[in-house]
Design a protein around this ligand. Sequence first.
Ligand code: CP
Ligand code: NVA
Length: 307
Amino acid sequence: MKPRHFLSLLDLSADEFRQLIDHAIAVKKALKNGRLHQPLTGRVMAMIFEKSSTRTRVSFEAGMAQLGGHALFLSPRDSQLGRGEPIEDTARVISSMVDVVMIRTFGHERIETFAGHSSVPVINGLTDLLHPCQLLADMQTWFELRGDIRGRRVTWIGDGNNMCHSWINAARLLDFELAIACPEGYDPDPSIVEPAGDRVQLGRDALQAAQDADLVVTDVWASMGQEEEQKLRERAFADFQVNAEIMARARKDALFMHCLPAHRGEEVTAEVIDGPQSVVWQEAENRLHAQKALVELLVTGGLSTPA
Ligand code: CP
Ligand code: NVA
């Protein structure tokens, strides 16, 4: 039987997405109350990181331990992948020894190739195209604080990047409105925008996009792998900073999210990210809980209620 992968949010149905959020909230509660939830005893995850990470690595590694399993960290520097062993061969070998693989890499086609040759589920821990695990945590955070997101208005300000793409996919699945403001030349991929239909609006005016928003979201101007474009991007994105003026256009009870790491003074001011509307720490913590729910679903094929 072919394994079930999670390369994009669209690998879940809308119902499954909501079930995962509910389960993540239950798993979080069990952990906080000191109750063990260990459906993955003896199971192993391999984590391949071709880019840096703090949250993704710690959340998957801690999460696997809490589920009763184990996670092992592989960097290209000290695995044969970094010395040119084909990704197809690496996938066959690693997946013959572990129960699930998490990959953070550059081109999305690398993870697709790996998944195509893996006998176990593969999880996207970020590619240049998508960052679906982050959206599981972000949606858990919204549901915990505000309930269902259906029909709400979310504003994305900044780059049409991997995070923006995953927000578009979340808008499709969970049925909310997404107003995107980004500078010309930095639009999200049309092949991701178009299927979202009128749920997604694309514009150039950040203040207009923020009007009446329930939630304002941004991300760095230069993603991993774009470091040499930093100066160019600082100029291109100068009018796309989330600051007090932007937040004043949103609803009074609007929240602010950022996947982190953040650059205060660039895409967001310290006043906003460290202010009362920001929920970035809860978002980061929820990476742990949401991914535990995801891994349980992929590895066991279901979600067992925590004791
Ligand atoms: N948000 C996120 O994925 O953080 P890391 O790069 O630290 O994993
Ligand atoms: N867009 C950012 C997200 C980091 C979690 C990047 O790809 O570097």
